[in-house]
Write a protein that binds this ligand. Structure first.
Ligand code: PDD
Length: 277
């Protein structure tokens, strides 16, 4: 398997990092997960925009300029002969240097990107999934796609242990997003979701969901809702590059609407399907 690094492509088995890697010691880095359909990137511009935004926010110098990076990412798919549905994981850290909290001087960033097959979750998207609620104990800058995912990992593990697909995160009852996806509530024909403030990740698929809603004249309301609102919700769904537009049919013990994926969710799934094709 060919892996893209800050300098060149290397074979997976030849990629090593020193123990004083700031990504490992401080979580001092950022990442992206980019979807690939039939060997082609989906929403690549949106992901590159966010990657450079995250890097700037934490003052990491991306080792390639945007054109070079886009080219190298294309090359990654070519070299690995990817023609199916897949995902690319791309990580950039502040590099390797003796452990000091403050930034090291003259240390180049470390980058790697690799590609992995990822079949679409067709059955789950048809049937819907369940979720649990968890307190959002993350920091205030979740718009940065940072490597510090311990709260997300712990929340997702709780969900996993309860046989659920996702953990819905809330701050004092106000729903922000999920452990690795954005979340939406449908009520009386309108789609509600937390505003794209600094305390949530501005999902690339979320941007498309907003666009699909506009196309279909479905009001897209950036207004936070609360855990209690699930009681009266008509539909709930989540979105991410790996889960696409995924219906949620139950949160904790609360069945959502009829307990089946709703009609607006279906419309948005169809829009996504067309867009990604
Ligand atoms: N996660 N919110 C969080 C906290 C996320 O980690 C993600 C994506 C999203 C959705 O973003 P997008 O639509 O750009 O994929 C929202 C990726 C898939 C991950 O960490 O694996």
């Amino acid at each position: 398997q060919n892996i893209l690094t800050e300098k060149e492509f290397v074979d997976k088995d030849n990629l090593t990092y020193p123990f004083e890697e700031r990504g490992l010691q401080f979580g001092d880095g950022i990442y992206e997960v980019i979807r690939v359909y039939k060997g082609k990137y989906y929403l690549i511009e949106e992901h590159l925009d966010r990657l450079f935004r995250s890097a700037a926010a934490v003052k990491i110098n991306v080792p390639y300029n945007r054109e070079e990076l886009a080219h190298q990412l294309d090359e990654l798919l070519k070299r690995n002969e990817i023609d199916k549905d897949a995902k690319v994981y791309l990580q950039i850290t502040r590099g390797s240097a003796p452990r000091e909290h403050a930034f090291p001087l003259n240390t180049p960033a470390n980058l790697y990107a690799y590609v992995q097959d990822l079949p679409r979750k067709i059955n789950l998207m048809k049937e819907g999934v369940t979720a649990i609620s968890q307190p959002d104990v993350r920091w205030d800058w979740c718009y940065i796609k940072s490597l510090n995912l311990l709260p997300n990992v712990i929340a997702k593990q709780e969900a996993e242990e309860k046989g659920s697909f996702e953990a819905v995160l809330h701050k004092d009852g106000e729903v922000t997003e999920c452990s690795s996806s954005n979340i939406y509530l449908v009520k009386d024909g309108s789609v509600y979701t937390h505003p794209a403030k600094k305390n949530i990740l501005h999902g690339c698929v979320r941007m498309r969901v907003e666009h699909f809603c506009k196309e279909k004249s479905i009001p897209f309301v950036e207004e936070a809702f609360r855990i209690e609102d699930f009681q009266h919700a008509d539909e709930v769904f989540l979105s991410s590059s790996t889960a696409e537009v995924m219906p949620i049919i139950k949160v904790d013990n609360q069945v959502i609407g009829t307990g089946k994926p709703g009609s607006i969710t279906r419309v948005l799934q169809q829009s996504y399907e067309r867009d990604a094709d």
